[in-house]
Design a protein around this ligand. Structure first.
Ligand SMILES: [Zn+2]
Length: 252
């Protein structure tokens, strides 16, 4: 029997294609370092103006392949109406206990889209609950997992917030320069959303402009850290430094 898949880094997002926009380059960078990455989308995109949930499922699989993630799944929370309920926390706890990530990426807690803001608190509380031994997710433990570490309590070591959508000063930037084209290809895998078409044309920007906008954002955050392209993150904790002479990002 092969060992169950576990993740070093798990990105949790409201919608399929959120991760591609906010931290896809970071996932590519982690995968290039040999780390195991995973994506949990909480909704299936049934409320979207364009495409069906089935279209988005297919596209999400293709995007995951391009991002080099080893695991991707979508829960069934209602698109556009995600709530931070106990039941929804438990659904995420089941995934945390299965994948046992050291790092969890969540969306930043202030956002234009209410789903994004809710996922920040919903995800945080799920990470907390996941570490409590007496929390029972009610999910039957499959026989082939009964002797494995899965379904045992697990609390991630670190939570970071992808802050690209938020107008907030990041705690740190990841350098995604070598991965920017691949990240773009992952976003463009969502042809039902981003290919030029008449449905929702007043709402969506044209395909050619998506590239310009996303690259400009990445360039902006990259410049803050002295690299070409970057992705911004906020952490609630302070940083800890071992050696002042190895601090990156030049002051002047
Ligand atoms: Zn979204």
């Amino acid at each position: 029997m092969s060992a169950p898949f576990t993740a070093d880094v798990l990105a949790i997002a409201a919608h399929r294609d959120d991760v591609e926009q906010t931290c896809g380059g970071t996932l590519l960078r982690m995968a290039s370092r040999g780390l195991r990455t995973a994506i949990l989308d909480l909704t299936r995109g049934e409320a979207g103006t364009r495409g069906t949930a089935a279209d988005r499922a297919r596209e999400a699989d293709e995007a995951a392949r391009i991002l080099g993630v080893g695991w991707r799944r979508a829960l069934d929370l209602p698109d556009g109406a995600i709530q931070n309920t106990y039941d929804n926390r438990l659904k995420i706890v089941s995934v945390l206990r299965e994948l046992r990530p050291r790092v969890v990426i969540l969306p930043y807690w202030q956002a234009r889209h209410p789903d994004h803001a809710i996922v920040a608190s919903l995800g945080y509380e799920a990470c907390f609950l996941s570490g409590l031994a007496k929390i029972d997710t009610g999910t039957g433990v499959p026989a082939d997992r009964s002797s494995s570490v899965g379904w045992q309590p697990h609390r991630p070591f670190k939570i970071v917030y992808a802050s690209l959508y938020a107008d907030v000063r990041p705690s740190f930037i990841t350098d995604i320069t070598p991965f920017i084209e691949q990240r773009h290809a992952a976003l463009m895998a969502y042809q039902s959303q981003y290919a030029n078409q008449s449905a929702g044309s007043a709402l969506f920007v044209p395909e050619e402009e998506i590239r310009e906008r996303t690259f400009a954002e990445a360039r902006h955050y990259g410049l803050l850290a002295g690299v070409k392209y970057g992705e911004p993150f906020v952490q609630k904790e302070v940083g800890l430094v071992d050696d002042l002479t190895l601090l990156p990002v030049q002051s002047l």
